[in-house]
Design a protein around this ligand. Structure first.
Ligand code: SAM
Length: 281
């Protein structure tokens, strides 16, 4: 905190910091798993912070929630059963349920308190929580995927915190092997994969572990995300089958509202920066 006017997230490892001008602190609590804070900001609406890291703001969460869900959903030929690991603020769940072909969306977050706070401070993100296709459970996603029936899920979206604390195991080879088993033949796992500018080491490790787990096809998509370190974020898809094409016509005629995602943005988000191409050539 710079002073009582600003929320400040300083990332020692990357020598960067991000601040938002706040009007007041609305809530704080230590849950069983994490320290949760909610602020009212001057220009970004409400802000949720977990263990000192920005998670979601009213104003700019659409970038992340739309880009972690619509590219993977329009890449899969016919996504019906979707599993969300993490996602406690429920913004990803809302985007997934915009797809009429989705028959079930199970959300597994370890910390029920995140969802309960989202219901109060981000009600717009929770507007689909009572959709009959939605099923919210509060347990460890690592355990859930390990015990999932083989071939039972078309898409796994890992919308977790950074690879520390309870989320660390969600970035491991063992977890990806369990995802591989749980996914159907043309199933796809997509995971928030940090910033390619600041966290290439994590991205390289993730993609190597996904490869080692048997996912021969990987695709990282890039998008802005103001409140995260560097403001430039990514999500990485991994699959048993080809990821180079997507249902462009369906994406163009998507039939639901978004703020950022459309088929042009989808195409553009697949373009790899030169340094990224070289790193994974
Ligand atoms: N968009 C945010 C980001 O990229 O950092 C993530 C938002 S969401 C709030 C992150 C969620 O991951 C939290 O609700 C946290 O409880 C959940 N989480 C962390 N570790 C988990 C685990 N092992 N199983 C299930 N959920 C987990």
């Amino acid at each position: 905190m710079l002073d009582d006017q600003w929320f400040n997230e300083a990332q020692t490892a990357t020598g960067t910091a991000f601040s938002l001008k706040i009007t007041r602190k609305l809530h704080e609590e230590q849950s069983e798993f994490q320290f949760l804070e909610i602020y009212e900001t001057e220009q970004f609406g409400n802000l949720m912070v977990i263990d000192g890291c920005t998670m979601v703001s009213t104003r700019d969460n659409f970038f992340y929630h739309e880009m972690i869900s619509h590219p993977v959903l329009f890449t899969h030929p016919n996504p019906r059963n979707v599993l969300i690991i993490g996602g406690g603020d429920c913004g990803t769940l809302r985007e997934v349920l915009k797809h009429p072909g989705v028959e079930s969306a199970v959300q597994i977050d370890i910390d029920e308190r995140v969802t309960r706070l989202a219901e109060i401070y981000f009600p717009e993100l929770c507007e689909s929580n009572n959709d009959p296709r939605a099923d919210l459970k509060f347990i460890d996603g690592i355990k859930w995927v390990k015990e999932a029936a083989p071939n039972s899920v078309d898409i796994i979206i890992v919308d977790s915190t950074d690879p520390v604390g309870p989320a660390e195991g969600l970035f491991s080879a063992d977890f990806y092997k369990d995802c591989y088993k749980a996914l159907s033949e043309n199933g796809i796992v997509v995971q928030q994969s940090e910033s390619a500018l600041l966290h290439m080491k994590i991205l390289k490790e993730m993609r190597a572990e996904m490869q080692a787990a048997g996912f021969n096809h990987q695709q990282t998509v890039f998008f802005p995300q103001c409140i995260y370190p560097s403001g430039w974020w990514s999500a990485t898809m991994a699959s048993k089958s080809d990821l180079s094409k997507f249902r462009e016509q369906d994406a163009t005629n998507k039939g639901f509202e978004t703020v950022y995602y459309n088929s042009d943005i989808h195409k553009a988000s697949l373009a790899m920066p030169e340094f990224f191409k070289k790193a994974f050539a």
